[in-house]
Write a protein that binds this ligand. Structure first.
Ligand code: NAP
Length: 408
C-alpha cells in the first residue's frame, strides 16, 4: 500500500481509477473514523495520500510542514511522506479549480463572481478567483450576503456552486433561482454527480455556458500524482482522463417512436461501449408487476405516464447506462431533466412505414403518421442529436459511438 485516499465516508470514489489512468499505480481507499486517524498516521506505511471530507483540516497537526498553498487555504488534501518519515501537507484543490477556470475560458478579471457556500471548496474558489482579479462575494446561509438578498448581486457575471445542494442522490434542487441574474456569463458547479445539476440544467436552458466539477477532480489528482511521484505529468493527461471518465459516466438515452429500434440498438450499444443496458418499459412492468397493455387498461395513459416518470427518475440518476425509453416519454416535460442530468439524449429516427405495432397499445390505437407529427417537436426538444436508424444496425452503432466520442 503506497498511495490512497483518506476520508470519512468515501462511497463510490472515482479517485482510484483517475490515479491509475494518470500514473499507473494502484490507489487504496481508507475510510476512517476520527478516532482511527492517530493509528493510521503512526502505523501505516503510505508514501502519499489524498485527504477528503471531513479531514482536510484535521490532518494538519500530523504534517511537519505545509506548502504555501496549504498554508494559504488552511486545508490539506495531499500528504507526502518524506525520506525522514515526516509528512508534508499540500493542497491541490487550488490547482484543480484554477485549471477548471482556465478550461472554462471566461476571463474573470474585474468581474463580479458569486461563490455559494462557505466551506473548504468555497475557500479554494474564492482564493483562485481573487488572485485572478475577480470581485468575489460569498453567499452563505448565515452571512449578511445570503439567499434572501441575492438581488443585491443580480449583475454577477459568474456563479460558482461550492455547496452540496443538488448532489446525488438529492438531485433536482438548485441553490439559487438564476432568473434574477441579468449579466450571467457562466455557471460553474463543483459537483460532478450528476453531470448536470439542476443549477447547470437551468443555466443550460437559458443558454448560459456551464461546467461541472469533473475537470477539477481530475486536475487536482494530476497535481497530487506529481507530488507522489516527484516528477511532472503532462497537462494533456487531464484532458485524456477527463474525457475517458466522462464517456464512461455519461448515460446514453435513446428516444424515438415505438418500434424505432431503441431496445435492439440499446442492448448492442451497451455491449459495444461497456455500459449497462436498461429498458425503461421493462422496468415499469417489473415495478407494476404487470404488462404495459394491462397498465393502460387498468390505469389509463395518465397512470402509465406517472409510473414511467417514477422509473425514469431512478434510472436518470444512475451513471454509465444505455437507457431505451418508451416512445411517449417525451410527452412529459418533467422527464427531460431526469434524463438529461446524466445523459446524452439521442433520437433514433426510423421511417414510419417500418414501425411495428404488435404489443404496442398506443401504436395500435393511433395513426402513426399523426403520432409522429405530434411528437416530432417533442423529440426535437429532448434530443441532443438525431440518429438515422433506417439502415444497417451496425452503421447506427458506429454513428452513435462517433457522436459520443465527439460530444463528450
Ligand atoms: P462543505 O464544507 O460540507 O459545505 C460547503 C458549504 O455549503 C457549507 O459550508 C455551507 O455554507 C453550504 N451548504 C451546506 N449545506 C447546504 C444547504 N443544504 N443549503 C445551502 N448551503 C449549504 O463541503 P465542501 O467540502 O466545501 O464541498 C462543497 C461541494 O464541492 C461538495 O459538493 C463537494 O463534493 C464539491 N467539491 C468538489 C471538488 C472537485 O474536485 N470537483 C473538490 C472539493 C469539493 P453556508 O453554511 O455558509 O451556507
Amino acid at each position: 500500500m503506497r498511495f490512497g485516499l483518506l476520508g470519512g465516508k468515501l462511497g463510490h470514489s472515482y479517485s482510484p481509477q483517475i490515479h491509475t489512468m494518470l500514473a499507473g499505480y494502484s490507489y487504496t481507499l481508507f475510510e476512517k473514523q476520527p478516532d482511527e486517524l492517530e493509528a493510521f498516521f503512526t502505523a501505516s506505511d503510505f508514501k502519499g495520500i489524498n485527504v477528503t471530507a471531513p479531514y482536510k483540516k484535521t490532518v494538519i497537526p500530523y504534517c511537519a510542514s505545509l506548502s504555501d498553498t496549504a498554508q494559504k487555504l488552511g486545508a490539506v488534501n495531499t500528504i507526502l511522506r518524506r525520506d525522514d518519515g515526516s509528512f508534508i501537507g499540500h493542497n491541490t484543490d487550488y490547482y484543480g479549480f484554477s485549471s477548471m477556470l482556465q478550461r472554462f475560458g471566461i476571463p474573470v478579471k474585474g468581474k463580479k463572481c458569486l461563490v455559494l457556500g462557505s466551506g473548504g471548496a468555497s475557500a479554494t474558489a474564492v482564493c483562485v478567483l481573487k488572485e485572478a482579479g475577480a470581485q468575489v462575494t460569498v453567499i452563505s446561509r448565515s452571512a449578511d450576503d445570503n439567499y434572501t438578498n441575492l438581488h443585491r448581486h443580480k449583475d454577477a457575471a459568474l456563479i460558482v456552486n461550492a455547496t452540496p445542494v443538488g448532489m446525488y442522490p438529492h438531485v433536482g434542487i438548485s441553490p439559487v433561482d438564476l432568473s434574477i441574474f441579468t449579466h450571467l456569463e457562466g455557471v460553474l458547479d463543483l459537483i460532478y454527480n450528476p453531470a448536470r445539476t439542476q443549477l447547470l440544467l437551468d443555466a443550460e436552458n437559458s443558454g448560459i455556458p456551464t461546467m461541472n466539477g469533473l475537470w477539477m477532480l481530475v486536475a487536482q489528482a494530476k497535481e497530487s500524482a506529481e507530488w507522489f511521484l516527484g516528477h511532472s505529468i503532462d497537462d494533456s493527461m487531464i484532458e485524456t482522463v477527463y474525457r475517458k471518465l466522462k464517456l464512461q459516466m455519461e448515460n446514453i438515452v435513446l428516444i424515438g417512436m415505438p418500434g424505432s429500434g431503441k431496445s435492439t440498438v440499446g442492448a448492442l450499444l451497451a455491449q459495444k461501449m461497456g455500459k449497462t443496458f436498461v429498458d425503461a418499459d421493462e422496468q415499469i412492468e417489473i415495478a407494476a408487476n404487470k404488462k404495459i397493455p394491462e397498465i393502460f387498461r387498468d390505469d389509463g395513459e395518465d397512470g402509465f405516464r406517472k409510473r414511467e416518470t417514477q422509473v425514469l427518475s431512478e434510472l436518470g440518476k444512475a451513471s454509465g447506462l444505455v437507457i431505451a425509453t418508451g416512445g411517449g416519454c417525451v410527452t412529459r416535460e418533467e422527464n427531460y431533466p431526469l434524463l438529461h442530468q446524466n445523459g446524452t439524449i439521442l433520437w433514433l429516427a426510423r421511417d414510419v412505414r417500418m414501425l411495428p405495432t404488435e404489443g404496442r397499445p398506443l401504436s395500435q390505437a393511433n395513426n402513426l403518421d399523426d403520432m409522429l407529427r405530434k411528437r416530432k417537436p417533442l423529440y426535437q426538444r429532448f434530443a441532443d442529436i438525431c440518429v438515422d436508424n433506417n439502415g444497417d444496425t451496425e452503421q447506427t452503432l458506429t454513428a452513435i459511438c462517433r457522436i459520443m466520442e465527439d460530444t463528450v
